[in-house]
Design a protein around this ligand. Structure first.
Ligand code: AKB
Length: 318
């Protein structure tokens, strides 16, 4: 059985990934690490939980030794809008944090999952059906950190034979834990407004096309690539993956099919619009489909139905 450590376990992806990993590999085999002593939800009750500052390499090594870890899901990172507001800190968290994880993984011979993003692309990248291998000249600090992270994963694989694996996530939509500081966050925030009968003020223009994915598919992708046959993985930096591509207006229309009274207004003009404008409209994820059988389950219709239902239940429980 795998012995897994998850950094950033209380964040948007971690809150959904940790329960799925615990179900699959057994609760005691999944150590969740976050920076909060008392994290919200059941993460600290359902299995081992510890605190970690990602800059604290000796503490990370202690956890690896104590729990006999062989697999790391390294999720601790700053998202695009927050990174752009504090680029120096973003470098520290996203790059130096990853370097520490790669170093301990080398020492303890662990496999490493590292999420890259559509943010690893920039305005000179082909915007439609963006290929797996293409121009990567991002203009945001988040993007710079993601490209550097991809290169580091490649380097540690070729230089030290470290088992690094990753995907380029699109915007992720989930009800478990809200995202924080991302450019694609509108696609989560809109559901909170809709379920609570509030007008939603969207920070992106109505025709801003971006790739998106529902969290169950994102969790499935992260687990599936870590289970994939190593011999079949052509890319060790990160694979393009996607599930749907839509604009704020398309999502608004979809939600209105369920809630006809719902209203949306636009308050555009902050840094997130220019970040979104520099990202692709849609990715070509055929390499992931060929190399490790990637196949998303949710499209915009099924995601919207499920999200409205699950979020309404969650908000009622409060
Ligand atoms: C963000 O918006 O920063 C993230 C991402 C697409 O990587 N959700």
């Amino acid at each position: 059985m795998k012995r897994i450590l998850v950094t950033g376990a209380t964040g948007q992806i971690g809150s959904a990934l940790v329960p799925a990993l615990r179900l699959l590999y057994g609760s005691n085999n999944v150590l969740a690490l976050g920076h909060k002593k008392n994290p919200p939800g059941d993460i600290a009750e359902d299995g081992p939980y510890g605190t970690l500052d990602i800059q604290d390499q000796p503490q990370l090594e202690k956890y690896l030794a104590q729990y006999n870890i062989d697999t790391i899901y390294h999720l601790a990172a700053m998202l695009s809008a927050t990174a752009e507001r504090n680029p120096q800190r973003a470098w520290d968290v996203n790059i130096n944090g990853l370097m520490r994880v790669l170093e301990v993984a080398r020492k303890f011979k662990c496999s490493v999952f590292h999420p890259s993003s559509i943010g690893a692309f920039g305005p000179t990248t082909p915007a439609d059906q963006t290929p797996q291998v293409t121009i990567q000249r991002p203009v945001s600090m988040y993007g710079v950190s993601k490209v550097t992270g991809e290169l580091l994963c490649d380097y540690y694989h070729s230089k030290f034979n470290l088992d690094t694996r990753g995907v380029r996530f699109p915007g992720l939509i989930s009800y478990e834990m809200p995202p924080g500081g991302g450019t694609t966050d509108y696609a989560v925030d809109i559901f909170y407004a809709a379920v609570q009968n509030k007008t939603f003020h969207c920070f992106l223009k109505p025709d801003t096309h971006l790739d998106m994915m529902y969290m169950p598919d994102a969790v499935q992708a992260a687990i599936q690539i870590m289970e994939a046959d190593a011999a079949k993985l052509k890319y060790r930096n990160a694979y393009n993956i996607t599930a749907m591509s839509f604009t704020p207006d398309m999502l608004y229309q979809e939600i209105k099919k369920h809630l006809p009274e719902f209203t949306m207004a636009y308050t555009v003009g902050d840094i997130r619009q220019s970040i979104a404008d520099s990202w692709p409209n849609s990715l070509d994820d055929s390499s992931a489909r060929t190399d490790w059988d990637w196949q998303p389950k949710f499209d915009i219709e099924s995601m919207t139905t499920d999200m409205l239902e699950k979020l309404a239940c969650k908000l009622q429980e409060k």
